[in-house]
Design a protein around this ligand. Structure first.
Ligand code: SF4
Length: 128
C-alpha cells in the first residue's frame, strides 16, 4: 500500500520492507554483474548498466531504494540503486542538505517513466 509520507520520513525498516516486497530487480533475470558497472565515468557506467537501469525505471520502489542507498553508504555506494550509478548517487549525496529531510528524492530522480527507457539517458537499481 502506498504511503503519503515522503521517503525521507520513513524508517529504515519501513523502507527495506517496501523495497524487499516490490523490487523489480528481484526477478529481473539479469546477470548480477549487470548491476555493477566497472567504469567510474558516469556516462560509461550508465551504458554498462543500461539493462539494470531499465529495470529500475519500471520499479515502483525506486525512490525508497535510492533513499536506502544514500542512508547506508557503506553498501549503497556499490552498484546500481534507485536507477542511478554510483557516481551519480555520490553527486546526489553531496548535494543533499545536511539532515536531508527537506529534499524530495522523487523530485531528484523524476517520475519512473523519465527519462524514457531506451533513450540512452535512463539512469539506473539495489536489491538483487
Ligand atoms: S535496484 Fe532498487 S530501483 Fe532498481 S529494481 Fe531494484 S529495488 Fe527497484
Amino acid at each position: 500500500m502506498a504511503s503519503s509520507l515522503p521517503v525521507q520520513a520513513l524508517t529504515d525498516d519501513a523502507l527495506w520492507a517496501r523495497v524487499a516486497g516490490q523490487a523489480r530487480c528481484a526477478d529481473s533475470g539479469l546477470d548480477p554483474d549487470q548491476w555493477y558497472p566497472v567504469s567510474i565515468e558516469p556516462a560509461r557506467a550508465r551504458h554498462e548498466a543500461a539493462a539494470a537501469i531499465a529495470v529500475c525505471a519500471r520499479c515502483p520502489v525506486r525512490a525508497q531504494c535510492l533513499e536506502l542507498s544514500l542512508r547506508h553508504w557503506d553498501i549503497g555506494r556499490h552498484g546500481v540503486w534507485g536507477g542511478l550509478v554510483a557516481t551519480d548517487r555520490a553527486d546526489l549525496r553531496r548535494r543533499r542538505p545536511a539532515g536531508h529531510r527537506g529534499t524530495a528524492i522523487s523530485a531528484m530522480i523524476g517520475p519512473p517513466s523519465w527519462p524514457p527507457v531506451g533513450s540512452g539517458l535512463v539512469r539506473g537499481g539495489g536489491v538483487r
